[in-house]
Design a protein around this ligand. Sequence first.
Ligand SMILES: Cc1ncc(COP(=O)(O)O)c(C=O)c1O
Length: 397
Amino acid sequence: MAKLAIDGGKPVRKKFLVFGKPCMNSAEERAAVRVLRSGWISTGRESHAFEKEFAAYVGAREGVAVSSCTAALHLALVLAGAQRGREVITTPLTFVATAEAILYTGARVVFADVDLRTGQIDPEDVARRVNRKTCAIVPVHYAGYPAPMDALMRIARRRRLTVIEDAAHAVETWSGRRKVGRIGDYTCFSFYATKNLTCAEGGMITLQDSKLAGKLRMMRLHGMSKDAWKRYGSKVSGGYDVPEMGFKYNLTDLQAAIAREQLKKVRVFWKRRQAVVRRYEKYFAGHPLVRTLSYGPGTNAYHFFPIFLNLARLNKTRDEFLAALSAENIGCGVHFTPVHLFSHYRKILRLRKGDYPNAETLGLSEISLPVYPSMTPRDVSDTISGVEKVLEMAARR
Ligand SMILES: Cc1ncc(COP(=O)(O)O)c(C=O)c1O
């Protein structure tokens, strides 16, 4: 048995395999240069074109480009009436941004536990937690697997709640036969550096209601009735009003131009991600020391591949396991430490370990394996070998 690299042995590979890597080439470079030379680099023609193209891609009537998914969630929550005295239900198995956006509004975060088999928010637990103060449900398509949208939409419609999907992992996810982006009232996407479509930082809200989209466009830029493009970019200029308070959440043309190129390749990227995940799925199916997720009807975006360690049968903690893998030169992630276990959230929500047992079981044993379009078959083999090597050593000692 080979000695672990962390104990002085030879690592599985020489060069470190990063966990996430954007896939860009000369098309994105040319797009960025085009904008830099155009004389207009903030929100303008490119951003507006990207909104239209992205909305068409998911099949929504409207797309509102913003600076991040966190910003998208915040704006959608404001429109859903989230404020002090109201409650918003979401999953604890998410990045802290989901809960943070709720806190920005003054509303209370109410977590509903996840389904142990899928990692997705459990509609039955959601239904139990709805009360007169609830104004919205925020499901997350965890890892790019589809959240149970049919059941959630039924609860929301019955109780007149707004559904805001956190689709940060879900460019290319389908829930049942519907593409994510045209199911809930608002769908919020992320174009952060590791996402399936990236422009370094960015986000998008898709929706069907054009009037609300107009409102979102004002809110993303200080509540101004005319953005800078309308004031200075075209021949018609003039004054503007500020009918209500807004935020500084606009997406620049420099980012939008890169995102437009990425959007053209999204399907090709998805196919490559799928090929990576298929190999992981095949290898880890029925593995005695590792569990993987199943998912309901729909299509996976293959954002990353979560595996859950059977810690009872290993003599390493999850963090020791991660450190050992890193020494093997395999970069992995953690998605996610359940939000209610972070000290700030324990304090303000008066929550503690044991309150969301399924999210804890998953979140505290999870390791995310890398999935990105430029991974070679060798990268995938090395990742599997690295995980297997550490598993074998952790199980034997
Ligand atoms: C589930 C989830 N929601 C929201 C976000 C926030 O996205 P952004 O960085 O675009 O604000 C992330 C970021 O990784 C995420 O994983």
